[in-house]
Design a binder for this molecule. Structure first.
Ligand code: NAP
Length: 297
């Protein structure tokens, strides 16, 4: 069994991004990222802090915009429009989930698709579905694909089963892995809460991706001997023995599943660091596109 170390791969990608930032700066351009946080969801606060910190470390111009949970839709839309018009900002991310009074879809649709580094605007999802390589692709699916490729796992012709059909992970990942060409050409099955006899479906997977949001949901009987398992789940479990009072666990029961696998990602330290690394890579691509420089990734 090989442990797929997302931290190591993410550090390598961040190193490449640092060099690209330096190259852009030599041409007089500083790539800019704005991360918008609404409210005080503890997980969102931690994600936004990580994104802001890494973007600064890599040399980006970074804006962290923190807003009250009670903000009105129109106010948030006005902030998005200002960021769309701000030439110092090449990438905008509005951290989800948003408080219930806000219409998340309308906010995403208000983003300039060229600055939509989360890849969730219908224009980018549409381009992804059409196989248009200029699409900005959602960061977590992109991170999963890159992690699989960097681990030497061939996608072409492989049967991938994804548990989860969200717009954030499952759906775009399916589009990405079935796309023609490098890193794609997989046969993809997408399962969800209404799928019948889930373990039978997942046992047919060469590569099983869990994006469910239920701690240790995937047990040994879900996985065939020699499969690759990518665990996207991040779940907080109360644990008084830990300094923070909780620990993180994935959607896969790691201890019982790992021995059966050819390769598996841990949680934390698997897909998580890749998501942030791909956000930075997307911001570079967006900056290159907006400034007329060719984006090669
Ligand atoms: P989501 O929007 O809640 O979607 C969960 C999906 O799992 C849904 O499609 C749901 O099916 C399916 N599901 C739920 N219960 C199921 C069951 N019993 N059997 C089969 N399928 C079931 O969640 P998400 O945003 O995709 O996130 C999924 C997980 O990934 C979460 O733990 C989240 O924290 C994590 N995540 C991690 C990263 C990262 O960077 N590592 C990034 C994003 C998300 P239905 O559609 O039928 O309801």
């Amino acid at each position: 069994m090989k442990l797929i170390d997302g931290k190591v791969v993410a550090e390598r990608i961040n190193g490449e991004t640092r060099e690209k930032v330096a190259e852009l700066k030599r041409r007089g351009i500083t790539p800019g990222l704005a991360v918008v946080l609404v409210g005080e969801d503890p997980a969102s606060i931690a994600y936004v802090r990580n994104k802001d910190k890494l973007s600064k470390e890599l040399g980006f111009y970074s804006e962290k915009i923190e807003l009250k949970a009670t903000i009105a839709q129109e106010e948030l839309l006005a902030i998005v429009r200002d960021l769309n018009a701000n030439p110092a900002i090449h990438g905008i991310l509005v951290q989800s989930p948003l408080p219930p009074q806000l219409n998340e879809q309308e906010i995403v649709q208000a983003l300039d698709p060229a600055k939509d580094v989360d890849g969730l605007h219908p224009m980018n999802i549409g381009k992804l579905a059409m196989g248009d390589l200029t699409a900005l692709v959602p960061c977590t699916p992109l991170g999963c694909q890159r992690l699989i490729a960097e681990s030497g796992i061939e996608m072409c012709g492989a049967h991938v089963v994804i548990i989860g059909r969200s717009m954030l992970v499952g759906k775009p990942l399916a589009l990405l892995l079935m796309r023609k060409g490098k890193g794609g050409d997989a046969t993809v099955t997408v399962a969800h809460s209404r799928s019948r006899d889930l373990p039978q479906i997942t046992r047919s997977a060469d590569v099983l991706v869990a994006a469910i949001g239920k701690p240790e949901f995937v047990r040994s009987e879900f996985v065939r001997e020699g499969a690759v398992v990518i665990d996207v789940g991040v779940n907080r479990i109360d644990d008084p023995a830990k300094p923070k009072g909780y620990r993180l666990t994935g959607d896969v029961a790691f201890d019982e599943v790992a021995p059966k696998t050819r390769a598996i990602t841990p949680v934390p330290g698997g897909v998580g660091p890749m998501t942030v690394a791909m956000l930075m890579a997307n911001t570079i691509a967006a900056c290159q596109n907006q400034t007329g420089l060719f984006a090669e990734s």
